[in-house]
Ligand binder design. Structure first.
Ligand code: ZN
Length: 245
């Protein structure tokens, strides 16, 4: 009887966990939980539909105005935890890495991937996109976006070799300083998170130079996530800017 009770207890804990996970993942890229329904899924997701500063957008490069925005990137080799969170493959940072945008400091929290790309350039979508998500002390976010094309690159040769199963994590070291192009030419605009709750006031820095990721690596990612991208959103007259350096 005692054994039976503990089995029941274990089953109860398992279903509680299942429940928690389910709540956490209550949006997706498919069917009734797909991007066009996000705002209906939870009242906290209203911005996904009502917001006028949503991301991603199509970047019309000929409309970009030049600016003198200053970007400083201070990335070092770093330890990371890879997680497979049901929406993407994410590398959580164990150490402090920073960027400064016009002298405001943002700490790198994590990087993750979307396939195909979320932002488009003059209507063109790319095979994938990497987001490096940074947060300032006041909570504001700044995201560096790298559009990805297929090609050989020593930096991304092994990027998806160690994808953990959902719920597990793997530790890897990254030479983060090589992760983004030395050429810092970029489009910037004000947008939102591209996943629920679609919070706005995010500084987007979309680099002009694209990353190359080997096809074999991208296929490893796509085995888990073949279409984890939000379609482009209305710009509502937002200005985009271009900075050369
Ligand atoms: Zn993202």
């Amino acid at each position: 009887m005692k054994l039976f009770n503990s089995i029941l207890f274990i089953i109860a804990i398992l279903s509680l966990n299942g429940c928690t996970n389910h709540n956490k993942h209550q949006w997706s890229y498919d069917g009734i939980e797909s991007p066009e329904h996000w705002a209906e899924l939870n009242r906290d997701f209203k911005s996904c539909q009502k917001g006028h500063y949503q991301s991603p957008i199509d970047l019309h490069t000929k409309d970009a105005l030049p600016t003198t925005q200053k970007l400083v990137v201070a990335y070092l080799p770093t330890h990371t935890h890879i997680i497979n969170n049901g929406h993407t493959i994410e590398f959580d940072m164990d150490e402090d890495n920073f960027i400064a945008v016009d002298n405001k400091r943002f700490k790198l929290k994590q990087l993750h991937f979307h396939a195909d790309s979320e932002h488009t350039i003059n209507g063109k979508q790319f095979p994938a996109e990497m987001h490096l998500v940074h947060q300032a002390a006041d909570g504001q976010l700044a995201v560096i976006s790298l559009l990805i094309e297929i090609g050989d690159s020593p930096v991304y040769d092994h990027i998806f070799d160690k994808i953990p199963k959902p719920g597990e994590e793997v530790k890897v070291d990254l030479h983060l300083e090589n992760f983004i192009p030395k050429n810092r030419g970029r489009y910037n605009y004000t947008g939102s998170l591209t996943t629920p709750p679609c919070s706005e006031n995010v500084i987007w820095l979309v680099f002009k130079q694209h990353l190359l990721v080997p096809l074999k690596q991208l296929q490893k990612f796509k085995a888990y996530y073949s279409h984890n991208y939000r379609p482009t959103q209305q710009a509502y007259g937002r200005q985009i800017y271009f900075t050369e350096h």
